[in-house]
Every structure is written in structure tokens, then in C-alpha cells.
Design a protein around this ligand. Structure first.
Ligand SMILES: NC(=O)c1ccc[n+]([C@@H]2O[C@H](COP(=O)([O-])OP(=O)(O)OC[C@H]3O[C@@H](n4cnc5c(N)ncnc54)[C@H](O)[C@@H]3O)[C@@H](O)[C@H]2O)c1
Length: 435
């Protein structure tokens, strides 16, 4: 199937342009904001971080999927303003909430949702529509979001104004599937809310998928991410056993992936990171434990396996250096890629951090290359370096943690004394071993 590349996708609105407030200008919010501008809406991009809004106002994007060119086009249209001021959202028709939903001490932290809902509630107009997009456990929209909006506005949700939930499926760095061509699940707290939410997203995306309630929409997102988490854990644990059995897991995965039905490819790696997999499934297991008193064993197991992958990689480093008659203590180790996945500059929850920590505690001298990350994404005990042949040659061991496309992999292959390739990026050769 041919899917158009990440084109601006500007299309004419068949409905009246709306005044849209997007609360939170991160990966999700900024992508929605620029899409809404592109289709003809006027957008207020609200963010509590003034450094972010200033950068946006000067056309300087911090999200790879939104180029400076795209951002500038939005600014030049006169229909995009980034602001920290909630008053600028007054008179909105639609407000989309894309604020963080992290875990704090292992528990869901919904304070950003609560604070942003409380802040916007006094500005709710009769007939306006408010949509939560942040990933969260089933029941959040109706049990937490709606009461805050009703209290702050003095109006009745579903009657005076409309509320829904629509999970975001954005996959940073994915050039094939993006906001416009990925079907969007939409829901509302009642039929009229569902219709309003659906109408809005039909202006942004090619396909909307209506579900009957907000809980089902909330659960659908957690199901998607739990599915990935569990399947990655499966191949991670299998990779550990396959290495013990001296079986090439990568070749087995390639072979299994030729089955045209009933199998979906997942690859092992150094662990999971980002804002989704290490966090979202725990929202679901927390809700189930709280409400039903049962552990969600699949999620507990996947958390356990995936969170221990950096330790496994560290053990493999010990074994590799041992074969070279070296100890980790004093070894010069070059890490390639610290972002949690390829081709994006996102270091959140990245497993490479844990790996660096473990190797540092064992006395390694660590250098790292990642052209996409900010300096703040590098641990303080890791020296950030540029990828140069001399740096590679001077290292005792190279570890590929993230396989960004922009890296000169043939130089890594030829100049490394020994490589532990956790991503199966290089050709197999005497100086290369796979996870
Ligand atoms: N990043 C992804 O790939 C992705 C994909 C799907 C869903 N999600 C979900 O979407 C939500 C947002 O994720 P993200 O990656 O865009 O987060 P992000 O951290 O990149 O962006 C969130 C933004 O919200 C701002 N913010 C926080 N509190 C605010 C407030 N009260 N008012 C205004 N702005 C506020 C922050 O300053 C930040 O810029 C999360 O629930 C996440 O789980 C993320």
C-alpha cells in the first residue's frame, strides 16, 4: 500500500474554522497544533514552560517531527500563537489536552491533567468541546477530568459543553505513519459529545474510529502499548535464553517474520524507554489492582524483564571484555546512541542511562555519541563526543544502544576493536557480537 510521505497535507476545511486551544506543546501537542493550523483552524498553543513557547514563537522547533519550516509556515499564517498565558485561550471552540501523565514513585501522576483542566475551566464557553488526549487509565475522563471542568465552569458537561477522550497514536520519528494518516480513536461522554469530538478530528485526520465510551477509548491506548511492552519483553527474554543456547535469535526472528499471518515482528534491545512503554502499562495495572485487587501479571512480568535488560547488557559487556582479557574497571567504552529509540532526540527513560550507570559504577570510562540529544540528556559522568575514527579506535569496546540512521556505521564496523551491537545494526564479523 502506498502511503504518502510526511507532506504538509493541507486541505480545505469543509466546516467553519475553529478556534482551537492545545494545552501542552510537547511531542503530541505541537504535532496537533501544526496540523490544526494547516487545515485552517486558528490555534493557541499553551504551554507552562516559557522557554518552549519562546522557542515556538521564534520558529525554533524542539520536536523532530515538526520542522522549523513547518512551524514558520504556521506562524506566518497568523493562525498560530504559542503562549504561557491561559487568558489567550478565552473564546476557544475546542480545547485539546496533551499534558504529561508520568508515574511518580510507581503511581499514576495526574497532577498535570488536574492543573490544566482547573486552569481552563473558567474559560469554558457554552457549546465548547474539551478533549483529553493524554494517556491514562480507564475512567479518568469521567471520574477526574469532567468534575474539575464542571466545578470550574459552573456548567454541566454533556449539556452545556462537550467532553471526550481521544488517545494519541503519534510515533515520533515514523515517516510512514503520522497524525494525518493514522486512524484516530474518538469518544465522548455522551452521544452529542462523541459527535462533536468526531467532527473536530475529521478535520485533522483521514479516518476516525468512534467508540461508544471514553473508558473504551482510554483502554484502547493502554492495550496498544501493553501489547508492545509484553511482546518486546517476550523477545528480550528469549534473546537471553537464545544466547545461552548458542542460537541466533535474530535469524530465528527473521525466519518467524516470514509467516504472513499470526505473527508480528518485535526485536530485542537494551530495554524500553520514552514516555510510553515504561509508564503506560503501569497505569493499567495500577487501576486494575486498585479496583479489582488483582495484579496484572503480564504487565508485572514485562516490566520486570524489560527493566532488567540494561543489567543483562552490562553482564554481556563484562563477558566481552573478559574475552579480551580486560576488566570493566578502567576500560574505555564508547556508547553509540543514548536516545530511547532510533532517529529521535528523546532521552526520557532511555535504557542507555541505566547501562551507563551500571558500567560507571564498575569503573568504566564512558564516552557517548548521540547527534540528536541535548547535552542535558547525557549523564554527568559520561563524556559527550563526536563520532570520529580516532575516538572509536581508542575505545576498548563500542556498544550500539540506539541505531540512528545518521551514524557512519561502516566506520563503526571497521574502526571498533570490539562491538556489542544490541540492535543488530552491523554486519556480523569477528569484531561484532549481537545481543
Ligand atoms: N510522546 C509520544 O510519543 C506520545 C504518544 C502518544 C501519547 N502520548 C501521551 O501524550 C501526553 C503528552 O506526551 P508528550 O510526549 O507530548 O509530553 P511532553 O512532555 O513532550 O509535552 C507536554 C507539555 O505539556 C506542558 N505542560 C505541563 N503542564 C502544563 C500545564 N498545566 N499547562 C500547559 N502546559 C503544560 C509541558 O511543559 C510540556 O511542554 C502524555 O500523556 C503521553 O503519555 C505521548
Amino acid at each position: 500500500m502506498h502511503v504518502p510521505a510526511h507532506a504538509p497535507g493541507v486541505r480545505l476545511l469543509r466546516t467553519t474554522p475553529l478556534r482551537v486551544a492545545v494545552i501542552g506543546q510537547g511531542y503530541v501537542g505541537l504535532s496537533i497544533a501544526v496540523r490544526a493550523v494547516d487545515v485552517g483552524h486558528s490555534v493557541i498553543g499553551l504551554d507552562s514552560n516559557p522557554q518552549r513557547t519562546q522557542r515556538l514563537q521564534s520558529g525554533n522547533s524542539y520536536i523532530e517531527d515538526v520542522s522549523n519550516e513547518t512551524l514558520q509556515r504556521c506562524i506566518d499564517s497568523g493562525r498560530f500563537v504559542a503562549t504561557t498565558s491561559i487568558e489567550d485561550c478565552a473564546d476557544f471552540d475546542v480545547a485539546v489536552f496533551t499534558v504529561p501523565t508520568p508515574l511518580r514513585d510507581g503511581l499514576p501522576d495526574l497532577t498535570f491533567v488536574e492543573a490544566s483542566a482547573a486552569a481552563i475551566a473558567p474559560f469554558i464557553n457554552p457549546k465548547s468541546t474539551l478533549i483529553l488526549e493524554s494517556t491514562t487509565y480507564p475512567g479518568t475522563t469521567e471520574e477526574l477530568f469532567v468534575p474539575i471542568l464542571e466545578k470550574g465552569s459552573g456548567m454541566i458537561a454533556g449539556v452545556d459543553f462537550f467532553v471526550g477522550y481521544s488517545p494519541e497514536r503519534i510515533d515520533p520519528g515514523n515517516v510512514t505513519w503520522h497524525l494525518e494518516n493514522t486512524p484516530k480513536v474518538v469518544s465522548g461522554i455522551n452521544q452529542v459529545s462523541l459527535e462533536k469530538v468526531n467532527e473536530f478530528y475529521q478535520t485533522l485526520v483521514a479516518t476516525t474510529v468512534m467508540v461508544s465510551g471514553t473508558r473504551e477509548a482510554e483502554l484502547s491506548k493502554l492495550l496498544e502499548n501493553t501489547f508492545r511492552h509484553v511482546n518486546i519483553a517476550l523477545v528480550n527474554e528469549l534473546a537471553i535464553f537464545a544466547a545461552g543456547l548458542d542460537v541466533d535469535i535474530w535469524e530465528a526472528i527473521d525466519a518467524a517474520s516470514t509467516k504472513p499471518f499470526g505473527y508480528m515482528r518485535f526485536s530485542p534491545g537494551p530495554g524500553v524507554g520514552g514516555h510510553c512503554l515504561p509508564i503506560d502499562p503501569s497505569f493499567l495495572s495500577w487501576k486494575i489492582e486498585q479496583t479489582l485487587g488483582s495484579p496484572f501479571r503480564f504487565i508485572d512480568l514485562a516490566n520486570d524483564v524489560n527493566s532488567h535488560m540494561p543489567e543483562y547488557v552490562a553482564r554481556r559487556v563484562v563477558a566481552s571484555l573478559n574475552r579480551l582479557r580486560m576488566s570493566v574497571n578502567g576500560a574505555r567504552i564508547l556508547i553509540i546512541g543514548l536516545a530511547y529509540k532510533k532517529n529521535i532526540g528523546d532521552g526520557r527513560e532511555a535504557p542507555g542511562w541505566d547501562l551507563c550507570q551500571l558500567l560507571y559504577q564498575m569503573g568504566a570510562i564512558i564516552q557517548a555519541v548521540d547527534p540528536l540529544l541535548d547535552n542535558s540528556d547525557f549523564p554527568h559522568f559520561v563524556e559527550r563526543v563526536a563520532l570520529e575514527e580516532s575516538t572509536i579506535r581508542e575505545s576498548d569496546l563500542t556498544i550500539i544502544v540506539t541505531d540512528h540512521d545518521g551514524i557512519d556505521w561502516s566506520m563503526v564496523q571497521s574502526a571498533s576493536r570490539h562491538v556489542l551491537d544490541t540492535r543488530h545494526r552491523l554486519e556480523l564479523s569477528p569484531n561484532v557480537e549481537y545481543l
